[in-house]
Write a protein that binds this ligand. Structure first.
Ligand code: F3S
Length: 284
């Protein structure tokens, strides 16, 4: 019996995460110290692996004062304008791996706030991407995460409001929240800045899990997008496994499994996906 193993087309790193990962990987052999401003990805194994190769995570700009000059890599979430300028002012070499889709939001927020608009960001207020976005407005911003916050929002008279979204926000929820603003007849300029990488990965995983005997979701246990993939897949396929590495799979598949689908969260590196793929092809 030939076992069918299907890897989802968009499993693992999105474009922006891949850019950040590559920036660190390509810098490891530089002969200067490498720093990432915050963990480069939401994956402990990757961060630890880079740490063993000398890459240091710095969480506070003040720390750079006591560090040897080197290269600072800004991760895909981006940073506020104040932090961005402070990073440039360190005099260290800087590689800005802010995802271009996030950069676009920074530009919108800066431009519209300079024109006098009030900025509303739909997203999670404590997510680093949202903190960064807020920090590009020259007059602050209101972060709205749910319907009750949207209903409680009060605009000033004749105020123009520019609404943007965190890139990974759920599209349907975004539309529902925007509707609340529209119903209140506020003067809104809606910029849908949601990135479809997550939605595409989820839709693919959902389809694949319906077509396979076993579904494997690879991701860090702390990664919320990986957990979400697991929830979606397990609602369609009762034999869905959430694994961090190939080791979590050993001895659990059995030889009657004919088809296996594989997907992976946004911060799962390719080599882990490949290890799982090779293992399930040969494990009977
Ligand atoms: Fe960029 Fe979209 Fe990924 S905004 S970091 S490509 S989820």
């Amino acid at each position: 019996m030939e076992r069918k193993v299907i890897l989802a087309e968009n499993a693992g790193f999105c474009f922006g995460a891949n850019r950040g990962y590559k920036a660190v990987e390509d810098s490891i052999n530089d002969d200067i110290p490498i720093y990432t401003f915050g963990p480069i990805l939401n994956n402990t194994k990757i961060v630890e692996g880079f740490a063993q190769k000398g890459v240091k995570v710095v969480n506070n700009i003040e720390e750079f004062k006591n560090l040897k000059k080197g290269k600072i890599i800004i991760r895909s979430h981006g940073v506020s304008k104040e932090k961005y300028e402070a990073i440039l002012a360190t005099g260290f070499e800087v590689f800005d791996a802010t995802c271009p889709f996030v950069k676009r939001i920074h530009k919108i927020v800066e431009k519209q706030s300079l024109l006098g608009d009030r900025i509303v960001v739909i997203g999670n207020p404590v997510h680093p991407e949202v903190e960064g976005i807020v920090g590009w407005s020259c007059n602050g911003a209101t972060v709205i995460e749910n319907a009750s916050e949207a209903s409680e929002f009060v605009a000033k008279e004749n105020e123009n409001i520019t609404i943007v979204s965190q890139t990974t926000f759920n599209r349907k929820k975004f539309e529902e929240l925007v509707d609340i603003f529209a119903k209140n007849s506020y003067n809104i300029n809606v910029m849908n800045t949601i990135c479809d990488a997550t939605a595409i990965r989820q839709a693919e995983a959902e389809q694949l899990s319906q077509d396979c005997d076993v579904m494997i979701v690879i991701g860090d246990k702390l990664s919320s997008n990986s957990r979400k993939l697991y929830e979606i897949c397990s609602s369609k396929c009762s034999r869905t496994y959430f694994v961090e590495t190939v080791d979590d799979l050993k001895g659990i598949l059995g030889n009657s499994v004919e088809s296996i689908g594989i997907t992976a969260g946004a911060s799962t590196p390719k080599y882990i996906i490949e290890e799982v793929q090779n293992y399930v092809r040969n494990d009977f």
